[in-house]
Design a binder for this molecule. Structure first.
Ligand code: HEC
Length: 436
């Protein structure tokens, strides 16, 4: 969250990262209005250009190394990329994202979308102010913080459009296996597969009616120690800490009570608080009365039109505690598998190329050579579909090589039915999953 850090914290980080002479130069540049105290936008980018002005060319490699140290002090590594979760049924879920971090109840959908826009395009113009408003109250801000200031969370996020986008998304349903284009499903085989599915899979992957307008989807969590798929994404989400900067002093409600955001805080808290405040702040580009009306309207429609109410997460996970308010995030979500045929590669990190491969055990050094196992390396990027294994073609072309031995890329875990089933049974299950 480079947008959040304030000048005081940036100065402290500079002092830690550089020798006295360089730190003094950088701080001087900072003081000379290159970065004004109210300007919070892309502070780091500005620092980089400041740095280039300051650095002597002949010591550039050395300076770049220092810059890297500074970057590490300011940012958490984005080292656990995930496969894009499919978007149908999103509006009908109680919790979304692979680790179930985002509740859909109340104004959740707008909050979640605002968080996503912040991650990619939004410009944020957050400034300290003395004025309190309905927005600062909704956002959980109090004037009791360190400097007695409140923050105005103006941003380029168009909440109006996000609401429209979300209501359109609510009508999206999962695609059916297109028998006119792909080979016909063998119904006999699929029937046998259904039995296996009910036996081994349905306890976590609920069956839903794909086009029932009042369908509701309850996320079923499985904690990391039991699912055993790659832990990194969930761990980052639950444990990353960051500088809270201007958000310091805000109270944030969580399932176990209110948390006071301190100088160093959980990234999950900082992000939740930031999105909550952005949603609570009316769009600055509009004429004041329109702005106020739209804002109230968006919040009301999102909250009251939403049939998803706040509920407890289901499944197997550690509850949030006062000691670790984010313990429940150390788990992954199993969702209904309707439309799953169209969404390869599989698992949250996209580490398994096809449904058939997911039913094989992981390749270990002690695997018998006869045993088939999940590929430890495969090519991604093809649009050619493999209707047999159910996934995209994953070898024989120049694409991106996905290597499962890299950090966050493990294809281990989710061992359900991988060793108990015979090969013909695996194919029956695959056939059944085509019908979902
Ligand atoms: C104990 C709960 C549980 C059982 C039983 C279970 N799964 Fe899963 N499944 C999960 C979880 C949790 C995930 C997400 C894991 C991840 O992404 O790291 C998942 C992911 C998947 C995915 C990938 C989804 C995607 O969007 O990429 C498929 C396909 C799948 N399961 C199929 C099955 C099949 C087939 C069975 C039965 C043989 C089964 N599951 C049994 C919990 C379960």
């Amino acid at each position: 969250m480079q947008h959040v850090i304030n000048k005081k914290q940036l100065t402290a980080v500079i002092e830690q990262s550089f020798d006295a002479e360089m730190a003094a130069q950088l701080k001087q540049q900072l003081a000379q209005q290159l970065i004004s105290s109210t300007d919070m936008v892309h502070l780091f980018d500005k620092l980089v250009s400041t740095f280039h002005l300051t650095a002597h060319n002949n010591q550039l490699p050395q300076d770049l190394a220092k810059l890297k140290t500074l970057k590490q002090a300011l940012f958490n590594q984005p080292d656990a990329p995930v496969s894009y979760p499919f978007l149908w049924d999103i509006a009908q879920h109680d919790y979304v994202q692979w680790n179930g971090i985002a509740a859909n109840s109340g104004v959740g959908a707008i909050g979640r979308n605002s968080g996503e826009v912040m991650g990619v395009f939004a410009t944020l113009d957050w400034q300290e102010t003395d004025r309190s408003s309905l927005a600062t109250w909704i956002g959980g801000q109090s004037k009791q913080n360190e400097n007695g200031k409140l923050i105005n969370f103006r941003s380029s996020i168009d909440v109006d459009n996000l609401r429209l986008l979300e209501s359109q998304l609510a009508e999206l349903t999962s695609p059916k296996w297109p028998e006119t284009v792909l080979p016909k499903i063998d119904q006999q085989k699929a029937k046998l597969g259904k039995k296996l599915f009910n036996q081994h899979c349905q306890s976590c992957h609920q069956n839903i009616e794909r086009d029932n307008p009042s369908r509701k989807i309850v996320a079923q969590m499985t904690q990391l120690d039991n699912i055993k798929t790659d832990r990194k994404m969930a761990l980052n989400g639950a444990t990353y800490q960051g500088k809270s900067g201007i958000l310091e002093g805000i109270y944030l409600s969580t399932d176990v009570g209110n948390i006071l955001i301190q100088e160093e805080a959980a990234v999950a808290s900082i992000l939740t608080s930031a999105t909550k405040n952005v949603v609570a702040t009316p769009d600055p580009d509009k004429w004041a009365p329109t702005r106020f009306f739209n804002w109230i309207y968006n919040l009301m429609v999102t909250a009251f039109d939403n049939t998803i109410k706040s509920s407890v997460k289901r499944g197997d996970y550690q509850p949030d505690t006062t000691q670790n308010p984010y313990a429940s995030l150390l788990a992954y979500k199993a969702r209904p598998l309707n439309g799953i045929w169209a969404t390869a590669p599989y698992l949250h990190n996209g580490s398994v190329p096809s449904l058939y491969d997911l039913l094989l055990p992981k390749c270990e050094a002690d695997n018998d050579i006869q045993t088939q196992c999940r590929p430890n390396q495969f090519t991604v990027g093809s649009r050619y579909y493999d209707p047999k294994k159910v996934g995209f073609i994953s070898s024989g072309y120049l694409g991106f090589e996905f290597k499962t031995d890299k950090v966050a890329n493990s294809n281990a875990g989710h061992n359900y039915a991988t060793t108990q089933l015979s090969d013909p049974q695996r194919w029956q299950l695959v056939e059944y999953m085509k019908t979902l």
